[in-house]
Design a binder for this molecule. Structure first.
Ligand SMILES: O=C(O)CCC(=O)C(=O)O
Ligand SMILES: [Fe+2]
Length: 320
């Protein structure tokens, strides 16, 4: 049995704690991100009612007839807004697509802001006005929680606490609502078809509402899979490849996957809602000098966040 350090941290101790408590929070999240790349967070600012309402709307969205959902599929947006149907995303290095469909919501910027032209407009579900409003609220709350977590991480890295603030403000973050659909005939599945093949996230950090974390597994340093267990309303937070590049591998973007359920539960859907916190596309991901030394030679080429995202979307089949 492999052991793995996934601490449960209270974000309120960072926001309102004593200097010692704030320092401890920074050290704890930094150490966990250095060792395993995962933590779970309480007091993140999302109420149980809001989360329950989110899942109610997400279930209603995927219950819409396929023909309705397909109206909202826009391949020219590389899946970055609106609906992506079954069989479209394949984890890097896999031949069989993941067993999932999803809907993505992006940044909302005020009219007149020059960054507006960089982002496609969000797509609204005419049939479900409440889906649009609740996902927007969740987007904003997770963006705030994520910005606060990045402050604690900046302190751990010896950077000014506000280092990430302007980079993620109006950033290219994505809220993804996911439906892992029922598998009616398990015998007809290609042998290596899974809900989400082993992968690393592209962005800086990912915040995942833990309500449906069952099935999520992380790859340990001993090369074994470890199931994430989250308390219902906690959020699971992990490092993505952009933060790993910036820190020259000091913070680890850990491989994770979503496994298929046992055969008797294959007919059940699984829903989940990760928030991929991205910076603006002009953020320079060149590794910090402070993370490079003789023991830790520079591992990554210099790229902006926009260039890197483009490369990765092509690899997973969303961008042609
Ligand atoms: O569904 C989950 O629990 C995780 C999904 C995930 O890892 C992803 O979409 O990148
Ligand atoms: Fe992921």
């Amino acid at each position: 049995m492999s052991t793995i350090n996934i601490p449960r941290l209270d974000l309120n101790t960072y926001l309102n704690g004593t200097p010692e408590e704030r320092k401890r929070f920074s050290d704890d999240i930094g150490r966990a991100f250095n060792e395993t790349g995962f933590v779970t967070i309480t007091n993140h600012g999302l109420s149980k009612e809001l989360i329950d309402n989110l899942y109610k709307q997400v279930k209603a969205l995927f219950a819409l007839p396929e023909a309705v959902k397909l109206k909202y599929e826009k391949p020219e947006l590389a899946g970055q807004r609106g609906y992506t149907s079954k069989g479209k995303e394949t984890a890097k290095g896999f031949k069989v697509p993941d067993l999932k469909e999803f809907w993505q919501i992006g940044q909302t910027v005020t009219d007149g802001d020059p960054i507006k032209e960089q982002y496609p407009d969000n797509i609204y579900v005419d049939e479900l006005p409440e889906f649009n409003s609740v996902t927007r609220e969740i987007y904003q709350k997770l963006e705030t929680a994520g910005t606060n977590l990045l402050r604690a991480i900046a302190v751990y890295l010896g950077l000014p606490e506000s280092y990430f603030d302007d980079k993620v403000h109006n950033g290219n973050s994505i809220l993804r609502t996911l439906h892992y659909f029922p598998i009616e005939d398990p015998d007809a599945l290609p042998p290596d078809a899974v809900r989400a093949g082993a992968h690393e996230d592209i962005n800086l950090i990912t915040l995942l509402i833990g309500a449906s974390a069952d099935g999520l597994e992380v790859l340990t340093r001993e090369n074994t899979w470890y199931a994430i267990k989250a308390h219902g309303e906690d959020i699971v937070v992990n490092v993505g490849d952009m933060l790993q590049r910036l820190t020259n591998g000091k913070l680890k973007s850990t491989t994770h996957r979503v496994v298929n359920p046992p055969r008797e539960e294959m007919k059940n859907s699984r829903f989940s809602v990760p928030f991929f916190l991205h910076p603006k596309s002009d953020m320079d991901l060149t590794s910090l000098e402070s993370c490079i030394d003789e023991q830790h030679p520079k591992q990554f080429s210099d790229m902006t966040a926009g260039e890197y995202l483009d490369e990765r979307l092509r690899e997973i089949g969303l961008k042609k």
